[in-house]
Design a protein around this ligand. Structure first.
Ligand SMILES: *[C@@H]1O[C@H](CO)[C@@H](O)[C@H](O)[C@H]1NC(C)=O
Ligand SMILES: *[C@@H]1O[C@H](CO)[C@@H](O)[C@H](O)[C@H]1NC(C)=O
Ligand SMILES: *[C@@H]1O[C@H](CO)[C@@H](O)[C@H](O)[C@H]1NC(C)=O
Ligand SMILES: *[C@@H]1O[C@H](CO)[C@@H](O)[C@H](O)[C@H]1NC(C)=O
Ligand SMILES: *[C@@H]1O[C@H](CO)[C@@H](O)[C@H](O)[C@H]1NC(C)=O
Ligand SMILES: *[C@@H]1O[C@H](CO)[C@@H](O)[C@H](O)[C@H]1NC(C)=O
Ligand SMILES: *[C@@H]1O[C@H](CO)[C@@H](O)[C@H](O)[C@H]1NC(C)=O
Ligand SMILES: *[C@@H]1O[C@H](CO)[C@@H](O)[C@H](O)[C@H]1NC(C)=O
Ligand SMILES: *[C@@H]1O[C@H](CO)[C@@H](O)[C@H](O)[C@H]1NC(C)=O
Ligand SMILES: *[C@@H]1O[C@H](CO)[C@@H](O)[C@H](O)[C@H]1NC(C)=O
Ligand SMILES: *[C@@H]1O[C@H](CO)[C@@H](O)[C@H](O)[C@H]1NC(C)=O
Ligand SMILES: *[C@@H]1O[C@H](CO)[C@@H](O)[C@H](O)[C@H]1NC(C)=O
Length: 700
């Protein structure tokens, strides 16, 4: 008999399991009272995009969207209608309306998440009576009004997320009753009146994770601190974007010896870096970026042997970098991300940094560190990002052998010389490479790119580098951004660039090119956004880019030897710079051009002639217009008066005649140069009253 009972219980259990795992609706159905309660809850909601379409009377409510029932009792245990606002593909509208008290008919509810919906009302008091709740998440739900102290009755609560609402509270008395609470998120709430928050928090016996970013947290009064009965359970402490001063360090140092993460980014930590880390031996991640810490990385960092992330970006630390790094030596095997950028560190590159064998990200940008780089970064075989921009490094580039995972390599704006090592071509994961603004010389060959199949952006600008790439070279990459300004690229226009069909940005100014631009190159204009080929010896005629599907925003071909007439512009263009070429003839196609975004047009120092076009109403976005030093003649068209946003107007050194049209509506004008023409008549009286921002007026 007993055997039979056990057998049948087992049978029921296994059959339930089988059906659940097979996804067939189980024989456990939701309870009628709970279904009725949920339907009443739905009635209170405004559900514009029918998120709750599945909530139909005829269906098992355990199958409804957002509902989970206990597979033992059938009671509703989860109500999760979280709105994913960070999903850009989310076409649904958040729920609004009221949170109806019928939820009280769900006595076994343990998980309630209504985050990022749009309720606008208060947090209902009755939520404090959902006594089995373990997770209450109401983040970003547009809730306002006082937090009901009844929430303090939720003695089983394990996680509470009220972040990013407009709710108010005067103290945290209610919170102190939540003895099971492990996760608390009240980021974005206004704590400015809650002076004793440190004490209330330190007494929560189970609290593991505290998120209080952007809370206007009052500073800690050291004199009033007491750590008697402090719980020591805290592991994650996120207090970024408050206005905290250094006193917070003394609270942290005593509130828990189990801290794993500390976030104090963007606070007001100002003064010498406190030496309070001796007991924080569990610390894994420390973010102190965007503060004003001075001095050096303190000695007590020597106890931090588990540190994986240290972010000191944008402070005022001014030690010799070697000395600061020495105090990190215990984290030599664990540290994965180190950001020291934007500090006043001096000294040289710490050789010992290459012992940090787990480093994945190393950022030392914008410091005063000088001297040579290590000969090799080979020991840092885990590196993904290496950024050493804007320092005073001299000598040659290191050997890059062995960095097979490196994706970003930025060493621009230093004083490095010598040639680029061929080992750079072996960085097979490399996506972004910037060595611009150094004094690197020597010859760049195909070997330098041999395995760079993932390269996305490359900048070698402002280095006296020469290129020796065969004319039929096909690169292993499809690059998006290429910078070769002031490199010796020419004399031929590099043919391999035509293979780069994803190119959006090409900078090749002052690159010693004395060639014509191949017609096929302009096929790339359907992806090119910025093109700068100025200051070369490029000759030939400009094609009609208005017929291409061009995406140009900025096109700079100034200071070349282009000739022929000015073709219609690409319609997307905002910045068009063609000065100092040999363009000639009248602007016959000018008015055919629809360029609503044109902002800066420079056609100066060409041989353009004829009358100025009279369709300036089409170009009302213009900020700067320069047609100086050409052979334009005839009257200045009155439609120039439509350029109400123009600040710079230069028509000097032409053969323009007649009187000035009215520019009284061009009230933004700062510089007007009409000199060296044949204009006549009186100086108009509107100039004074209308052009109040005028700085330069030249009419001679
Ligand atoms: C209930 O279902 C969950 C999820 O399928 C499962 O992990 C759990 O073991 C089940 N409980 C019982 C008692 O069957
Ligand atoms: C929200 O959407 C983002 C983007 O699609 C996704 O990465 C994330 O996992 C989603 N969050 C949740 C909780 O489903
Ligand atoms: C719930 O909280 C209120 C206000 O904090 C309190 O007066 C009441 O006694 C509590 N109810 C229970 C059942 O604990
Ligand atoms: C609040 O913090 C918790 C961790 O404690 C996190 O999981 C949650 O996403 C945070 N909420 C918001 C709105 O960021
Ligand atoms: C925070 O609350 C204080 C006092 O109630 C108020 O003066 C301040 O304007 C509030 N700050 C914000 C950002 O709402
Ligand atoms: C510390 O806890 C003990 C035991 O719960 C209690 O008797 C004592 O009053 C508490 N002390 C303080 C200062 O809260
Ligand atoms: C921080 O602010 C508190 C409160 O204003 C003040 O008592 C304390 O002296 C300040 N601490 C430091 C280090 O400036
Ligand atoms: C907290 O810790 C710091 C540094 O460890 C110590 O100097 C200080 O006396 C402690 N403060 C309190 C109030 O216990
Ligand atoms: C570590 O920091 C201390 C104090 O901040 C400093 O005096 C020392 O030079 C640094 N290096 C070593 C090895 O202690
Ligand atoms: C480099 O690290 C070793 C071991 O971690 C240490 O003994 C040595 O003093 C350090 N040297 C420098 C110059 O930092
Ligand atoms: C221009 O590009 C758009 C979008 O990619 C495409 O729909 C259109 O057909 C193209 N027009 C021409 C003339 O290529
Ligand atoms: C300047 O603008 C006013 C008001 O829009 C208009 O009546 C006037 O005709 C304009 N003047 C010129 C010279 O365009």
């Amino acid at each position: 008999m007993l055997f039979k009972v056990i057998y049948s219980v087992l049978f029921v259990l296994t059959s339930v399991n089988c059906c659940l795992s097979a996804g067939i609706s189980s024989n456990i159905r939701c309870l009628q009272t709970e279904k009725t309660a949920l339907l009443q809850f739905k009635q209170g909601l405004v559900d514009e995009s029918n998120v709750l379409a599945s909530w139909e009377t005829g269906k098992d409510c355990c199958e409804w969207r957002g509902i989970t029932c206990s597979n033992e009792t059938g009671h509703v245990v989860t109500l999760d209608l979280y709105y994913n606002s960070s999903d850009v593909y989310n076409v649904e509208t958040p729920l609004s309306g009221v949170i109806a008290p019928s939820l009280l008919e769900l006595p076994y509810l343990t998980y309630l998440d209504l985050s990022f919906n749009n309720f606008k009302g208060k947090i209902p008091k009755f939520i404090g009576s959902l006594s089995r709740l373990k997770h209450l998440k109401l983040a970003g739900a547009s809730l306002s009004g006082p937090i009901p102290p009844q929430l303090g009755n939720l003695s089983s609560l394990y996680a509470l997320d009220l972040a990013w609402n407009f709710v108010t509270f005067e103290n945290l008395e209610w919170l102190s009753h939540l003895s099971s609470l492990r996760y608390l998120n009240m980021s974005g709430l206004n704590f400015s009146e809650v002076v004793n928050w440190p004490e209330s928090i330190s007494k929560l016996p189970s609290l593991v994770e505290l998120q209080l970013s952007s809370c206007n947290l009052p500073n800690v009064e050291l004199s009033s601190l007491s750590f008697v009965n402090s719980s020591n359970s805290l592991e994650v402490l996120e207090l970024s974007y408050n206005f905290l001063n250094l006193s917070i360090f003394y609270w942290m140092a005593n509130v828990s010896t189990n801290l794993v993460h500390i976030g104090l980014a963007g606070d007001q930590l100002q003064g010498p870096f406190p030496d309070v880390f001796a007991n924080m031996v569990s610390l894994v991640s420390l973010d102190l970026s965007y503060n004003k810490l001075e001095g050096r990385i303190p000695k007590s960092f020597r106890n931090l042997c588990n540190l994986e992330l240290l972010n000191l970006l944008e402070n005022k630390l001014s030690d010799r970098l070697e000395d600061s790094v020495e105090n990190l030596s215990c984290a030599q095997d664990t540290l994965e991300s180190l950001s020291l950028s934007g500090n006043l560190f001096s000294g040289s590159f710490p050789d010992n940094l290459t012992r940090f064998s787990s480093l994945k990200e190393l950022y030392i940008d914008g410091t005063n560190v000088s001297g040579s780089l290590p000969e090799s970064f080979q020991p840092l075989s885990q590196l993904r990002s290496l950024s050493l921009v804007l320092n005073q490094f001299t000598g040659s580039l290191p050997d890059f052998t062995g960095l097979s995972l490196l994706r970003q390599l930025f060493i621009s704006k230093n004083q490095l010389n010598g040639s680029i090592p061929e080992s750079i071509g072996q960085l097979s994961s490399l996506e972004d490479l910037d060595l611009s603004w150094n004094s690197l010389n020597g010859v760049v060959t195909e070997v330098h790119f041999s395995n760079l199949s993932r390269l996305n952006s490359l900048d070698f600008s402002h280095n006296p580098l020469s290129f020796n790439l065969s004319s039929d070279w096909t690169p292993p990459f499809q690059i998006k951004s290429l910078g070769l300004d002031s490199c010796k690229v020419g004399p031929a226009f590099p043919k391999w660039i035509q293979t780069q069909t994803k190119l959006t940005s090409l900078y090749m100014s002052d690159a010693e090119i004395s060639d014509s631009i191949p017609d096929k190159f302009w096929d790339l204009s359907s992806s090119l956004f910025e093109l700068n080929l100025s200051m070369n010896q490029i000759h030939g005629k400009l094609p009609n880019l208005s017929t291409k599907n061009s995406t140009f925003f900025s096109l700079d071909l100034s200071s070349n030897r282009l000739d022929g007439p000015l073709p219609p512009f690409p319609s997307s263009v905002a910045i068009l710079l063609l000065s100092k070429n040999m363009l000639s003839g009248p602007l016959s196609s000018f008015c055919e051009t629809e360029t609503p975004n044109l902002f800066n047009l420079d056609l100066s120092e060409n041989q353009l002639s004829g009358e100025l076009p009279s369709c300036w109403m089409q170009f009302q976005g213009l900020f700067s217009l320069n047609m100086a030093k050409n052979n334009f003649f005839g009257k200045i068209p009155s439609s120039l008066g439509y350029l109400k946003n123009a600040a710079l107007l230069r028509l000097h050194d032409n053969n323009l005649s007649g009187e000035l049209p009215s520019l009284e509506n061009c009230t933004e004008l700062r510089v007007v140069d009409l000199g060296a023409n044949k204009l006549s008549g009186e100086i108009p009286t509107w100039i004074g009253p209308s052009l109040t921002k005028l700085l330069v007026l030249r009419l001679r």
